[in-house]
Write a protein that binds this ligand. Structure first.
Ligand SMILES: O=C(O)CCC(=O)C(=O)O
Length: 251
């Protein structure tokens, strides 16, 4: 059965660029992934590679693991997504992002300043766009406060970013966001395992230190509209190009 977003959630997504469904992914799906990620964290994580995991993914071998992909495909999340973006590229990989408690390794994990994914990434060529349409985050650990490595996002920032991309930005610039966005603290994503964040690709976000004693663990899925590869620049400048349901109500 399809689980679409409600009209109220769709309106909230249009306004904020983000919507959270609490306790959405069944516990049995979350628990399987937690057990694999916890095993990797205990026995395979190389503290010397924390910067590299932070840029790419933690637990790289789990990126196309069946249980990890089930968080998207077997939980109802895919149906939430297609109620916003009906035509999508197949979702075949996931990213695991952990904010490591400083007390665990003594290593300070790099923070990520306000950015939108795939534009002027510090580790990529500035002229290369690795954009997509919708970021889906599945919470895999308790996130009780923002100092616990919570993702921080700017509600409504998608509209501001699209305006900046239209009027001030050009390809090859190394600024990730305009100064007014860089100055934002952002709203922390607090929550519990099984909560799901759907966030417009243009919503700026950041992450900082984890001073709590527990790892903050998220699985992320980057969803692209079926035509995205052919319209990356247009999608940066028109926030609803790839969201037909919202395009019709905001037109
Ligand atoms: O939640 C995280 O650890 C980071 C998410 C993020 O900003 C990213 O991967 O671009």
């Amino acid at each position: 059965m399809q689980t679409p977003l409600t009209p109220q959630e769709t309106a909230a997504f249009a306004r904020d660029g983000a919507v959270i469904r609490r306790a959405f992914v069944p516990g049995r799906l979350v628990d399987r992934v937690r057990s694999s990620v916890d095993g990797w964290y205990r026995t395979e994580m190389d503290p010397a590679l924390i910067s590299s995991y932070t840029q790419r993914t933690f637990a790289p071998d789990l990126g196309n693991d069946h249980d990890v992909l089930a968080l998207f495909h077997e939980s109802g999340v895919a149906d939430l997504v297609t109620s916003l973006v009906p035509e999508i590229e197949p979702v075949v990989t996931a990213q695991i992002q952990i904010r490591v408690p400083e007390s665990d390794t003594g290593i300070t994990q790099p923070e990520k300043a306000m950015h939108v994914d795939g534009v002027a990434c510090p580790h990529l060529d500035a002229s290369e766009l690795r954009t997509f349409t919708l970021l889906v985050g599945v919470v895999l650990s308790e996130i009780a406060d923002s100092d616990g490595g919570a993702l921080r996002y700017v509600p409504g920032g998608h509209v501001d970013m699209a305006e900046w991309f239209r009027t001030e930005w050009s390809i090859g610039m190394t600024d990730q966001v305009p100064p007014r966005i860089d100055a934002e603290q952002g709203t922390p994503l607090l929550g519990s395992p099984g909560d799901v964040l759907l966030m417009h690709h243009l919503v700026p976000h950041a992450v900082g230190r984890n001073t709590s004693p527990t790892p903050r663990i998220m699985a992320y899925f980057r969803v692209s509209h079926a035509q995205h590869a052919r319209q990356r620049l247009e999608a940066l400048r028109d926030p609803w190009l790839e969201y037909p349901a919202i395009r019709t109500v905001t037109a």
